[in-house]
Design a protein around this ligand. Structure first.
Ligand SMILES: C[S@@+](CC[C@H](N)C(=O)[O-])C[C@H]1O[C@@H](n2cnc3c(N)ncnc32)[C@H](O)[C@@H]1O
Length: 356
């Protein structure tokens, strides 16, 4: 709502100097927007200037005038986590507040350091206050582990649930964070891999999860066929739901089972492209990827972890050696990148490789 207020009217040429001075004096009304026209700027103030202040001002800006103006109100941004928690947490702990928050649909996920454990409810509530779309806050309660790559969570604020609908690059995904793997941190990879797929290709997503590669590829390209395999029955149940939700049923075929067996039994020599997003075990599946590719070859998107003592160069060498074991050859490394830090001194990396 526009509001009438006392203000400083200043020729535009000295405007920035005036704002700096008024700011230093703490007289600007921060709830209102400074107004500018072709000749003047109007700075809303909360009080009259004291004699001393006026003198100082006139020295810098001789043709300063007092006036009134109807100002627009500034849009209020929700307070930051730090602002909300200032005064609620011991000051020396404010620096330990988690900097990274993952958002999956309307669920926020954080990692609570040991020293903040007893303040987790306050932190959860503060996240809900500072992020109006968030309905649930979960804290990570352990690492991603097991065959299905799952993590445990502790509920710390809002609705007590782990299921949501996540939106990514125009697609929607049903996800239950305790039953299936999903990371919003792979969003760029889902998009990047999709962007290099060509019309007419057959793609095998060997570790598909709820389908963020498979569904985006199908949604983006007219003429593609994607086989999306996962060993976790819940992942396949969600993937099937997501295929329907995103209307890509003609292009994506979800398959429940071990990628090794599925490829051997149903998908030998059919793929132009294979996606291998199971970094902790991908090396063990290179033979399967080779089997899945067409006899003339194709592309493999290979995800793996690289630690400080290792290097991307070593990873390329190990990958090429493994490929050779299965009678194939690395024709060209098309792309390499560190995607994200997954643990102290450990990164997830990707190699896009052309195989013959
Ligand atoms: C890191 S997640 C990747 C999910 C998905 N690509 C994404 O970007 O969200 C790895 C997936 O591989 C599945 N998986 C593990 N071992 C498998 C196997 N032998 N065959 C097929 N899928 C497997 C897990 O259930 C999990 O959903």
């Amino acid at each position: 709502m526009p509001r009438n207020s006392l203000c400083l009217k200043i020729p535009k040429i000295t405007g920035e100097k005036a704002i700096t001075t008024a700011n230093k004096l703490g007289v600007i009304d921060k709830e209102l927007e400074i107004h500018r026209n072709n000749t003047h700027i109007y700075i809303p103030i909360t009080r009259n200037l004291l004699q001393e202040e006026l003198k100082k001002f006139k020295k810098l800006i001789p043709n300063l005038e007092f006036s009134t103006y109807t100002f627009k109100e500034r849009k209020k941004h929700p307070a930051t986590l730090l602002e909300i928690l200032d005064g609620k947490l011991p000051p020396h702990l404010l620096g330990s507040l988690p900097r990274a928050i993952d958002f999956v649909g309307d669920i926020a996920i954080i990692e609570i350091p040991q020293e903040l454990e007893r303040y987790k409810t306050e932190i959860g509530n503060a996240i809900m206050q500072s992020h109006k779309n968030v309905q649930t806050v979960l804290a990570k309660a352990g690492p991603v582990k097991g065959k299905y790559r799952l993590r445990e969570f502790t509920h710390i604020a809002g609705e007590n649930r782990t299921e949501t609908i996540h939106k990514e690059h125009g697609c929607k995904y049903y996800v239950d964070l305790t039953r299936v793997y999903f990371s919003p941190r792979l969003s760029n990879e889902h998009k990047r891999v999709t962007s290099v797929v060509k019309e007419g290709e057959t793609v095998i997503d060997m570790f598909a999860g709820v389908g963020p590669f498979a569904i985006l590829i199908a949604k983006t390209h007219k003429n593609v066929k994607v086989y999306a395999i996962d060993i976790n029955p819940s992942a396949i149940a969600f993937l099937e739901k997501n295929v329907r939700l995103n209307r890509v049923g003609e292009k994506v075929r979800p398959i429940l089972g071990d990628a090794k067996q599925i490829v051997r039994q149903q998908l030998r020599g059919v793929a132009d492209r294979v996606i291998m997003n199971l970094p902790e075990k991908a090396m063990e599946f290179i033979g399967t990827a080779c089997e899945a590719l067409k006899p003339e070859g194709g592309i493999i998107h290979f995800y793996n972890f690289v630690s400080l003592s290792d290097s991307l160069e070593n990873l390329k060498v190990r990958f090429a050696k493994e490929i050779k074991k299965f009678g194939r050859k690395v024709e060209k490394i098309l792309f390499t990148r560190f995607i994200r830090e997954t643990a102290p001194y450990e990164w997830q990396a990707v190699l896009d490789v052309e195989i013959r």
